[in-house]
Design a protein around this ligand. Structure first.
Ligand SMILES: CC(C)(COP(=O)(O)OP(=O)(O)OC[C@H]1O[C@@H](n2cnc3c(N)ncnc32)[C@H](O)[C@@H]1OP(=O)(O)O)[C@@H](O)C(=O)NCCC(=O)NCCS
Length: 251
């Protein structure tokens, strides 16, 4: 699985906004027009243009010619492209970071959150997480509890996005174990047909403020996750996250 990351600083110039708009299809432009705030229109245009430009080399189709369909929970996939070029992908965005996960073999899901969001980890954990997860949050020293909470939250959302359900499914029907070195495992799942070993889960912090989690279906054995920074979606190519490594790999 490959993760492509891009920062998204500030507002887009009118030129860059037009450049991104040109890549979008009618459905995307209609969605974009429904956002009241310019900030949301900019994020939508930048993240969907980034998605198209990221997928284009994998399937060898120009970005503006990619077509998408969505499942009943809203998960997009590529529509009607050659069988030789079947890829799975997923998109996630905060206001300042966009991530696209791409995988050849099986479904993928990805999530990103800012670590400085104001949350009450124990309250949310008790309400939404499994019993084991909320007990683990209580046992986690207070100084590390917010980070542990976001590890669970992003991993759970990435798993449900990989399955195509998103948050239409209950978060407490499965239990995750957060492991060191950016891994996690799924230990229980109430839907009997599910093979808990068939999913690989990853989490990492690409900047001091963000956490990213990704999940990939891999029935044949554990997968690896390679991640890479692309250029900032709002700024010229030279303005990059100098303090962060440019790429990494989680095995
Ligand atoms: C998917 C979901 C968890 C995204 O939550 P979020 O934290 O706001 O957004 P993220 O940044 O993580 O991800 C957004 C992207 O995920 C993708 N996505 C949307 N629905 C998805 C789903 N069910 N599964 C996986 N990915 C999905 C889209 O590419 C979306 O980008 P877009 O809104 O710019 O088109 C949330 O929208 C959800 O739970 N949806 C399902 C609810 C449902 O069943 N709706 C039915 C009516 S469509």
């Amino acid at each position: 699985m490959h993760l492509h990351l891009a920062r998204f600083h500030a507002a887009l110039t009118p030129e860059r906004f037009s450049e991104y708009l040109l890549l979008l299809d009618r459905e995307e432009r209609n969605r974009l027009q429904r956002f009241q705030r310019e900030k949301d229109r900019h994020l939508f245009a930048a993240s969907h243009a980034f998605l198209r430009r990221t997928l284009s080399p994998y399937v060898k189709i120009p970005p503006d010619q990619l077509r998408f369909v969505v499942n009943r929970h809203g998960k997009p996939s590529l529509d009607g492209h050659s069988k030789d070029a079947v890829i799975h992908f997923n998109l996630a965005h905060t206001y300042d970071l966009v991530v696209v996960a791409v995988n050849g073999g099986g479904e993928v899901g990805v999530d990103v959150e800012r670590l400085d969001r104001d949350v009450d980890p124990l309250e949310i954990g008790d309400r939404f997480f499994s019993r084991e997860e909320s007990a683990d949050l209580r046992d986690t020293p207070a100084a590390g509890r917010v980070r542990r909470f976001f590890q669970y939250w992003t991993l759970k959302e990435a798993f449900l996005k990989a399955r195509g359900q998103g948050l239409s499914a209950a978060l407490d029907r499965f239990t995750l174990h957060v492991l060191p070195e950016g891994r996690a495992t799924l230990s229980t799942f109430s839907e009997q047909e599910e093979d808990v070993a068939a999913w690989s889960l990853f989490h990492f912090e690409p900047t001091p403020e963000h956490i990213v989690a990704a999940c990939v279906a891999c029935p044949a054995g554990p997968a690896a996750c390679q991640w890479k920074w692309e250029r900032d979606l709002a700024q010229p190519a030279t303005d990059q996250q100098k303090e962060s490594p440019r790429r990494g790999c989680l095995n």
